[in-house]
Design a protein around this ligand. Sequence first.
Ligand SMILES: Cc1cc2nc3c(=O)[nH]c(=O)nc-3n(C[C@H](O)[C@H](O)[C@H](O)COP(=O)(O)OP(=O)(O)OC[C@H]3O[C@@H](n4cnc5c(N)ncnc54)[C@H](O)[C@@H]3O)c2cc1C
Length: 337
Amino acid sequence: MQKNFSLKPYNTFGVDANAEYFVEANSVDELTAALQYAQSQNLPVLFLGGGSNILLTKDFEGVAIQLNLKGISEKILNENEISVTAKSGENWHEFVLYCLNKNYGGLENLSLIPGNVGTSPMQNIGAYGTEIKDVFTECKVLNRKTFEIEVFDLAKCSFGYRDSIFKQEGKDKYVILEVSFKLTTQNHLIKTEYGAIKTELNNLGIENPTIQDVSKAVINIRQSKLPDPKKMGNAGSFFKNPTIPLQQFEKLQQQFENIQGYPNGDSVKVPAGWLIEQCGWKGKQIGNVASHQLQALVIVNATGNATGKEIFDFSTMIIDSVKEKFGIELEREVNIL
Ligand SMILES: Cc1cc2nc3c(=O)[nH]c(=O)nc-3n(C[C@H](O)[C@H](O)[C@H](O)COP(=O)(O)OP(=O)(O)OC[C@H]3O[C@@H](n4cnc5c(N)ncnc54)[C@H](O)[C@@H]3O)c2cc1C
């Protein structure tokens, strides 16, 4: 365990904040020991995966635990399906590539999402028409109070849009140890309808795409649109796309005729990036922080010297101006600490 440890390399915003204590947990025993130490000292705990969905607004006065549990195992279910389980410290994209190399289908649309496998259920990661809930079967968690291992199946996880039990009533109660997915070994379901996947496949001259082709297309699109956190600190989409009542959307349509929206029953999901762009934020920089020039939804540490507080304050300015112009309250997707 190290004291006064800089978390700068452990968060993709590249914010320099210290943890009072830092420890890497390579096994459940090491994790349990770290949790017991924190409990005995009455210290709060911060779990770190890849640090790609957190904003550290101040130093952390507690024990930061980097989850480094590794390993992948497989179990054949039937002639068309396999169950693949990865420990929480496995890198998400490397895990997706591992599955693609073995021709296991179901995760290809989720290629190149930063972070670790153990964090994927936290917000039910999603992209290009797929969410992990589509292939998730269960995860093993450590109950932080009883120190017992529990199994959460799909229903128990209460997955929603960028949401799960782990962000709601299960918040701060469990550590995710491993996650299992049911993937296809043949007759893969190829999903190309969403976003620019079809266009990109056309550009690549591919007519009958394999799961590997879909992954390649997704990677190309993401690399052309999203800033690489290694080059410019960011945490991907900073805000969730808000869902508003249909009535409110229709009213807004009268005022802003090109407002975009995706109807879903009695409500409409509005792209947060569009709202932010309409308020003039796209590419705008204040001090060390900016809204990315290609994607307004992504807030970046433009100079590399931004503090978490500066980034947080910038996000508050965006929330205020969207509220003022459209009457819609944006919700942050990134976990604020
Ligand atoms: C460029 C970029 C693009 C992105 N694109 C997408 C996208 O398309 N779709 C999407 O859904 N997300 C996207 N994200 C967000 C992010 O990659 C995901 O949310 C990812 O799952 C975060 O994983 P992590 O390991 O980095 O989480 P961290 O930032 O390390 O942790 C996030 C939260 O989970 C907690 N936590 C971490 N591990 C565990 C665990 N094992 N048990 C319990 N709690 C834990 C942490 O304490 C923290 O509160 C993007 C981020 C970036 C930087």
